[in-house]
Design a protein. Structure first.
Length: 335
């Protein structure tokens, strides 16, 4: 009799434990067997451990990103030597980093998709084209540059710098060496404002008429002044008056410089009206344009209008190095 009571107590206790746990397999069958008085061969079920399960990929989102990536992909453009424009720099391609974009999207599901991009380098770069002059940037890059040749016109330099500051534009100033020697503080002010400084020979000669020794001297003296006075190691040489020959290009290359000229000329040394300068640039500027100007009254007065005209065409003004770089202008985030 006592053994039956103990057995009943054991059964009731087992049932209570099983109902409390509630997560074991066979709970209902076990309770049914207890109600029917048949517990023979029934073992207490083991607990099943809880495991963290990684979320499955959102296949619809991933497919959407892949489709958009294919639509947005842009192939790189190789640098080349053009029959008219001579050396034209390459331009990076662009593709969506699908995996990185996916991770950002699932981390912020309530926000618009923020695409992550990576650039694709061209196979042929500007430095692989040999000693060839440059007149423009790549026509697919929506950037232009002001090339400001400085050998005189000090009274207009500060107004030009102020306008560039107001418009948040950086330009490239090509400094005549003899001017730099006489005006180191003004040159430092140009540098302080964040502009690029480069070589415009020493005494503003016609480079094509010089002996090799004299041509070397013209470039070397200015190069030394740029480095000693301003700590600048530049990349570009702009021959005075646009006068040069292959010897000029070769000598510049020997000093680590690319010979760069212009796409559009303001002809500001003739003192045209500011309105005519703005109209000329507005009507002719395009992607990759290098715009020649000097510190003159005409350019100082026309500069703001030129910048606005450039921007109205969806172009970005920058330095010569930026314009001739293969780096791509990245798009804004796309929904």
């Amino acid at each position: 009799m006592m053994s039956r009571v103990k057995r009943a107590v054991w059964v009731v206790a087992s049932l209570a434990i099983t109902l409390v746990i509630g997560q074991f397999s066979g709970v209902r069958d076990y309770a049914s067997q207890l109600r029917n008085g048949d517990v023979t061969g029934v073992e207490e079920p083991e607990a099943v451990p809880t495991m963290a399960v990684a979320p499955l990929p959102d296949n619809a989102l991933m497919q959407r990103l892949k489709t958009e990536a294919a639509r947005q992909r842009r192939e790189p453009v190789d640098a080349k030597v053009d029959r008219v424009w001579k050396a034209i720099p390459g331009y990076n391609g662009l593709e969506v980093d699908v995996d990185a974009t996916y991770r950002k999207a699932i981390a912020a599901p309530d926000r618009p998709i923020q695409y992550v991009y990576r650039q694709l380098a061209p196979k042929i770069h500007l430095n692989q084209l040999g000693n060839v002059p440059i007149y423009r940037g790549n026509p697919e890059k929506p950037m232009v540059s002001f090339m400001i040749n400085v050998a005189w016109g000090n009274e207009f330099i500060e107004p030009i710098l102020n306008t560039l500051d107001q418009e948040k534009v950086k330009a490239t100033f090509f400094l005549d060496g003899s001017w730099l020697k006489k005006n180191p503080e003004l040159a430092k002010e140009i540098q302080k404002r964040g502009h690029e400084l480069s070589n415009h020979a020493y005494s503003h000669p016609d480079m094509s008429r010089l002996s090799r020794a004299r041509a070397v001297q013209e470039i070397e003296k200015t190069e030394e002044l740029l480095q000693q006075t301003l700590g600048v190691k530049n990349n570009w040489f702009a021959p005075p008056s646009g006068d040069f020959n292959q010897q000029t290009v070769d000598i510049a290359a020997e000093h680590g410089l690319k010979t760069v000229l212009w796409t559009l000329d303001t002809v500001d040394w003739r003192h045209p009206s500011p309105e005519s300068v703005i109209h000329k640039i507005s009507s002719k500027v395009e992607s990759g344009s290098l715009i020649l100007m000097h510190p003159t009254d005409s350019s100082a007065a026309a500069l703001k209008g030129m910048i606005h005209a450039i921007r109205s065409k969806g172009l970005v003004p920058g330095t010569v190095s930026q314009t001739l770089s293969p780096d791509r202008q990245l798009p804004a985030p796309v929904e």
